[in-house]
Design a protein around this ligand. Structure first.
Ligand code: KE4
Length: 434
């Protein structure tokens, strides 16, 4: 039994499923999760000292690579002055100013401690500001574990949602409507039937929780038009795309202005930070400026603000950084797909900025239904073949992969070489399985 196996055995006695977040438990790919001891640049090192090239990057935050010197220095220095005060600090002003500068649709911002807090707060704000009950979300998009968001689609597009997990009350779920991603006709129908009751529509402008799936041309623009026409708040959940697909996020890349934006992951430089912000007339509804309550003991924590500032200052201030990330991600994506086809595997996928996703499928993937028709079992085998070869991909066919500025040409080449070998082993497996 290696260290990860023995640690996992013990962890399962202490924590549900042995983890503090379900996707880490490898249930999507099978096997024992890798217990990480340390990380540096593009690499993680497991409890047995084995090194992996990391394309999960803590599910997105580590866009500058692990243990970036500027971030480590900022957190170390901040810690020496105390770790939390529960009082306002200048650092919160500084990070707020930088976020507002980088994301112009954000006129005012509130810091919280996770993406989940950001989205559930933004939804409460939209409902409080509009006085309307209904929320529209999209199949395959994930926005954290707020009750309104853990909802499965009702029988028809314009029908009321049903609880997506025990513990979510039907009366909560029924206020959430779900439409297929990239389906304009379904969008029109929801607004036709429920437009007057819709407080908000929340969407991942590039979906990263059904694999990586781009919006079709014109789709987000139509959603913007319909929200404006019906007076619904458009929330871009940029927890994953923010500071990743461009310095200003997907909204900058696509030229669409949401009413509210939620942020997370990169904004904290690896420490727990989420944020929501947008139109001033909406944000001024938030307590104590307005009546919509939201609070948090560690919101704006000085260590987290220091890490976020260090990260965003580099991202904002480095010319060509996003073009370089785009090019690295494209090189990896193309390399993986050509490695697959050289061994006879049909793949498809999307990539933009520092995020990507590959599906084992002959068909294109533009929705959650399309993604579910891809071969997740084959992805699971590919995942383990790559893990054995020292490459750590997201342990689920329904997640996105991430690129960092520290994934050098040599690291990318090593990854593609590993993939060629992995696909060769997969072909052999398929041949032997008949
Ligand atoms: P957190 O509460 O996990 O910080 O953020 C929730 C969230 C909100 N919005 C989007 C678009 C997200 O992708 C997430 C969280 N992403 C998952 C990975 N797909 C986090 C990994 C996990 O759950 O452990």
């Amino acid at each position: 039994m290696n260290r990860s196996e023995s640690l996992f055995a013990r962890a399962q006695e202490l924590m549900p499923g042995g983890v503090n977040s379900p996707v880490r438990a490898f249930r999507g790919v099978g096997g024992t999760p890798v217990f990480v001891e340390r990380a540096a640049g593009p690499h993680i090192f497991d409890a047995d000292g084995k090194r992996y090239i990391d394309y999960v990057l803590s599910w997105g935050p580590m866009i500058l690579g692990h243990a970036h010197p500027a971030i480590v220095e900022a957190v170390t220095r901040a810690a020496q002055d105390g770790t939390s005060f529960g009082c306002p600090t200048a650092k919160e002003n500084e990070l707020a100013e930088l976020v507002i500068e980088m994301v112009p649709s954000i006129e005012m911002v509130r810091m919280v401690n996770s993406g989940t807090e950001a989205t559930l707060s933004a939804i409460r704000l939209a409902r409080g500001a509009t006085g309307r009950p209904k929320l529209l979300k999209f199949e395959g998009c994930y926005h954290g574990h707020g009750d309104s968001l853990l909802v499965a689609a009702g029988s028809g597009v314009a029908t009321l949602g049903i609880p997506g997990t025990p513990g979510v009350l039907p009366e909560v779920a029924q206020n959430t409507l779900t439409a297929p991603f990239n389906d304009v006709a379904a969008l029109e129908r929801v607004f036709e039937v429920h437009g007057a009751d819709l407080a908000a529509a929340i969407i991942e402008p590039v979906a990263g929780n059904m694999g990586c799936v781009m919006p079709r041309a014109g789709y987000l623009e139509r959603l913007r038009e319909l929200c404006t026409k019906h007076g619904a708040v458009l929330i871009f959940d940029e927890v994953m795309t923010g500071f990743r697909v461009a310095a200003g996020g997907a909204q900058a890349r696509f030229g669409i202005t949401p009413d509210l934006t939620t942020l997370g992951k990169v904004i904290g430089g690896g420490l727990p930070v989420g944020a929501y912000g947008g139109r001033r007339d909406l944000m001024e509804h938030i307590a104590p400026a307005g009546p919509v309550y939201q609070a948090g003991t560690l919101s704006g924590n000085p260590l987290a603000m220091s890490a976020g500032l260090a990260a965003l200052r580099i991202l904002h201030g480095t010319d060509g950084l996003y073009e370089d990330l785009d090019a690295r991600t494209r090189r990896l994506f193309d390399g993986l797909r050509s490695a697959a086809s050289s061994e006879g595997f049909a793949t498809t996928g999307h990539h933009i900025g520092a995020m990507f996703g590959i599906f084992f499928a002959e068909h294109e993937v533009w929705s959650y239904d399309d993604a579910k028709r891809a071969d997740a079992a084959m992805f699971g085998r590919f995942f383990h073949e790559m893990l054995q070869r020292g490459v750590y991909l997201a342990p689920s066919a329904f997640e996105a992969g991430f690129m960092s500025t520290m994934h050098s040409d040599e690291v990318l080449e090593s990854t593609i070489t590993a993939a060629r070998s992995a696909f060769g082993a997969l072909r052999q497996f398929v041949a032997e399985s008949g």
